[in-house]
Design a protein around this ligand. Sequence first.
Ligand code: CP
Length: 313
Amino acid sequence: MRHFESLHQFSVNEITDLLQLADKLKSGYRPLMGQTFAVNLFFEPSTRTKSSFVMAEHKLGMEVLDFQAETSSVKKGETLYDTAKTMEAIGANMLVIRHADDNWMEELSGRLTIPVINAGSGKTEHPTQGLLDLLTIYQEFGTFRGLKIAICGDIIHSRVAHSNAQALKRMGATVYLCAAPGFEDDSLPYPYITIDEAVDECDVIMLLRIQHERHEGHWHIAYYLQDFGMTKDRESRMKNHAIIMHPAPVNRGVEIDSDLVECKRSRIFKQMENGVYARMAIITKMMEEWGMYHAPAFKKYQITANKGTVANM
Ligand code: CP
């Protein structure tokens, strides 16, 4: 049985199925069969991911157990495994976990009898963000083939960059990276270009948050927007059809001029909206794989794209 650890573990066809299901769920959904309980174990702060998982769980008719790491026995030294195993023992049917450890899944590997969804693992993976980002791009362009996508910012500390780069490449896009000195990650095999080259050439500019909490010492941001960020001048030079994305939270005036956060090209809040449906699709798939969802819902679906259809892939 699979947990939802990484987009790497899913084939292109499986990712396409998830995108189609997420898109279908936007226009209608049915609750899971029977009574199911979800627990969201967040050991790092979150606004979007946790709230959209709760929304997705409620829309699917799941009961959601409350868990706050700060007031739990984690404060007494309880391990992640013991917390997760406790939730399994009291009747949870699914766990959603975010943790600062890059490899926290290894601690749970093969030791639980319920599905686990990775809602963020240190600097390494944020696969549910990856799926909602793919959904946003696919709704916009109807395909990944032929798209030039630049992932720009704090690459080395970004779990979003690590999840998205490989998935976008496998789906057929050409991926570029763009980073200030010290933010590069040589382990990612994609060419680096400047922010100005990205603005001139790319169909999607995917900005990343500077991960202040993962930097050692103080990082000076005074000139970041002008030298590496999305200024109004750069936005005005983008291709007519090109879009701006950012997983958020946004450091306004750092990665992007504050006035551009809701500009015509920005898909930042669209990404958040898509997060609910991408997570509903992931939960549905996990529950199906683990035998907890037997309804033959949504066998036929077609993505709603501005241009083209899934048949283009
Ligand atoms: N994009 C994202 O993961 O946001 P949160 O940290 O608010 O969940």
